[in-house]
Design a protein around this ligand. Structure first.
Ligand code: GLA
Length: 729
């Protein structure tokens, strides 16, 4: 059992294989205090961590001076308005206009398994996989019950937290903030690691020393965003891939969020994560409940790499659903960068014929197949086939593609409407907008108000009809603008602050409907590339288009940041044309292949028009994908070098769970004069086992490979790459 309650000392001990999390009930008043999170400790006599001699920790030591206690207390779930001036997790507005709340313990339960979060994506597990602690607390004045949920996983160093608020009073209360997790720790000179970016440059690893005050990443764009990813890690200042303590926090949510580290006057650190409070206000009727999304905590005593592997294992086994999660995805070719909007049936079939002959397994028809969509200024919302472009419609095209032995996939952007569309002309009130104010367009489009059931049903009905009209085996669900002009005709004035969260719940509901009705469809999420790359989306789709930047070298950094948290098998990665449409760079075809191998492999180019020599390499690239994909998808990921740090080369490896085989991918980003070889120390192997290295016939022990390393000769020219396969002998 991963959770025990030590009755005498009133301490909850939450254990994963390598970590312990301690919660204590403090003083007679039963405040819920945070005592410890870190490397595993099995002792049950940890009462001294309640620090009962510290005035700032223990209310009855305060001699009436309660403010100091409130503002220094290590809270499990902080509240606003009664003396805790740090970030609060819970804040309300009552009818009389007050904001304060204060929580004390009422009861708890511990049980096997993990409850689902209604309407929300969340990790899951069986009764054997995990144990849950539910602490019930309340604010007596507000008659507000708060349930703090903690699930520990038996085999993975992860703890999933979520919060449910229930209004037991007779009148409604407005929730103005309900964060999902709070971690109060002593400051020990930590760094904060986040994944920040911009369109086409998502999830760049950023590391900063935590300074006094609040350092926050957030999104108020209605999506988790290109700019910030809902992930934060607190790491020892000297922690690296293999060494040091690292605390990860990842939010299973795809909308507005915040993640913050706050260093306070008493040299304590408060780390918080949850729905962004700004703009959020939820009216909670009497008897109703509100569930805040889940935050997943991972502790690693062995560096960033160990944290990464825990997230990968957790998400591969307890978050991503459907038959494709652990399966090899078909090698696809997407026509976007090949044709943009200029195509017809003949063009698509000519691509398909050439692709099929080379071994490509699926053709994905991207934007432009519907309505009068010949450019990005119109037709979103008109989800019926443009028969002028596609003579014979989808049934003909798909059957021809199937006849070639290929699967067929299709692009949608269900959440949007173009003002120049039939849908908009019929229902101008279906877009999110503020009455009397001209809504701001982006990419010539507006966002549909999916919080309204009739809008959701209409969009879903159109998509369903298309999916039933032909043998469509893959869907790319795109979302190409941020939310603005937040107003919904479906919500009363005092509920407008619910719009962004209700929007996310609506998207989740639509995707749940889709995967329930079409369980065999492979769903890939996308948001102008990687604008919604988060665990929330991974609950519905096993893969996400990583970035609109398809340049292989740029992708090294984007994929390194992404893979710090998200499994390799979730990253949509394609070989694209050169000069690359993103930045004009030229890279060798082989290198483009090696880099796309790290994700779900495919092509994004006009295969009929690339150089013969490149086309001829495709069958071999596909063979390599088939050979290594299971290893890459299911194995343990180790970052070796990072071109973001050394500006010279980039390398990582994946080791099978049984450690019998491994693949290292090495990319020389910048060529230097051939003066000496580069030492690459491998990781994750078994010390005493012997491994055959590559096809050169050399056999070395795991110890040699990991300590002395392998020596990479300088390759000739920039952007050259090499795969090194290792097999136990
Ligand atoms: C977004 C996606 C691209 C492509 C275009 C089509 O930008 O990220 O992959 O599908 O939309 O408009």
């Amino acid at each position: 059992m991963g959770i025990v309650y030590e009755e005498r000392q009133k301490i909850f001990q939450l254990n994963t294989p390598g970590s312990t999390y301690l919660i204590g009930l403090i003083d007679e008043e039963r405040f819920i205090g945070h005592l410890y999170y870190g490397r595993r400790i099995d002792d049950l006599n940890m009462e001294y961590l309640k620090r009962s001699n510290d005035a700032v920790r223990f209310p009855s030591r305060c001699n009436g001076e309660r403010l100091r206690f409130q503002d220094g207390f290590q809270a499990e779930y902080s509240t606003a308005g009664q003396g805790d001036y740090r970030e609060s997790c819970l804040e309300v507005r009552t009818r009389s206009g007050h904001n304060a709340c204060m929580l004390t313990y009422v009861s708890h339960s511990i049980y096997s398994g993990k409850p689902a979060l209604e309407g929300l994506p969340a990790t899951f597990g069986t009764e054997e996989d995990c144990t849950t602690l539910e602490i019930v607390c309340e604010d007596r004045v507000l008659q507000l019950q708060v349930r703090l949920l903690y699930t520990v996983f038996e085999k993975i160093d992860a703890i999933a937290r979520s919060v449910r608020v229930i209004n037991q009073a007779k009148e409604p209360v407005y929730l103005t903030r309900v964060l999902s997790a709070c971690l109060d720790m002593d400051n020990e000179n930590y760094d904060m690691i986040t994944l920040d970016g911009v369109w086409a440059k998502e999830r760049m690893i950023t590391r900063r020393q935590i300074a006094n005050g609040k350092q926050r990443i957030s999104s108020n764009r209605g999506v988790s965003s290109h700019q910030a990813n809902p992930f934060i890690a607190i790491a020892d200042s000297n922690a690296d891939q293999d060494f040091g303590r690292v605390y990860g926090m990842n939010f299973v949510y795809s909308g507005n969020f915040m993640a913050q580290a706050e260093l306070t006057q008493f040299d304590m650190l408060r780390v918080t994560m949850g729905i962004l409070p700004e703009g959020f206000c939820w009216k909670l009727e009497s008897g109703a409940s509100f569930t805040a999304p889940e935050a997943v905590l991972v502790f690693s005593a062995e560096g960033i790499g160990e944290m990464t592997r825990s997230y990968h294992d957790l998400y591969r086994n307890h978050l991503i659903r459907g038959k494709y999660c652990h399966a090899q995805r078909p090698v696809l070719i997407n026509n976007w960068e090949a044709t943009y909007f200029q195509f017809d049936t003949d063009k698509i079939l000519s691509i398909a014929r050439t692709a099929a002959a080379l071994g490509i397994e699926m053709l994905v028809l991207d934007d432009g197949w519907f309505g009068r969509r010949d450019n990005d200024a119109c037709a979103l919302g008109d989800w019926y086939v443009n028969e002028e472009k596609l003579k014979g419609g989808l049934p003909y095209l798909v059957s021809e593609i199937n006849r070639l032995g290929m699967k067929f996939g299709l692009w949608f952007e269900p959440e949007m409407v173009s003002p120049d569309s039939d849908l908009y002309r019929q229902h101008p009130d279906w877009a999110i907008r503020i009455p009397g104010r001209e809504p701001v367009q982006c990419r010539n489009q507006l966002v549909l108000d999916l919080t309204r059931r009739e809008v959701r049903d209409a969009v879903y009905g159109q998509i369903r009809a298309v999916l039933r009209s032909a043998n469509i085996e893959y869907v790319k669900w795109d979302m190409n603008r941020y939310l603005s002009d937040l107003g919904s005709l479906g919500l009363e004035a005092d509920r407008q602050g619910e719009l962004s969260h209700r929007y996310m719940l609506a998207v989740y509901e639509l995707q749940e409907r889709l995967i329930t009705e079409f369980p065999d469809i492979l769903l890939e999420n996308c948001s102008s590339g990687g604008g919604r790359y988060d665990p929330g989306m991974l609950y519905y789709s096993p893969q996400i288009w990583c970035s609109d930047d398809t340049d292989a070298i740029e992708r090294l950094r984007i994929q390194e940041g992404t893979a710090m948290v998200y499994p390799l098998g979730t990253m949509g990665a394609h070989v694209s044309d050169c000069p690359c449409h993103s930045n004009g760079r030229m890279t060798p075809f082989d290198t483009r292949g090696y880099i796309a191998l790290a994700g779900t492999f495919g092509y994004e180019l006009d295969v009929t028009r690339i150089a013969e020599e490149e086309r001829n390499k495709i069958p071999e690239q596909i063979r390599i994908y088939h050979k290594y994909n299971a290893l890459i998808r299911e194995g343990d990921y180790y970052r070796i070098t990072s071109c973001q740090e050394n500006h010279a080369n980039d390398s990582f490896m994946v080791v099978s769970k049984d450690k019998e085989e491994a693949l290292a991918v090495y990319i020389q980003v910048e060529a230097r004069p051939r003066l000496r070889s580069v030492r690459i120390r491998l990781k994750g192997l078994e010390d005493r086992w012997q491994y055959a290295v590559g096809d050169g016939g050399r056999i070395l022990s795991g110890a040699a490979l990991m300590n002395a390393g392998i020596l990479m000769d300088e390759l000739w020219g920039d952007y050259q790459g090499k795969l090194i396969y290792l097999k136990k002998v």
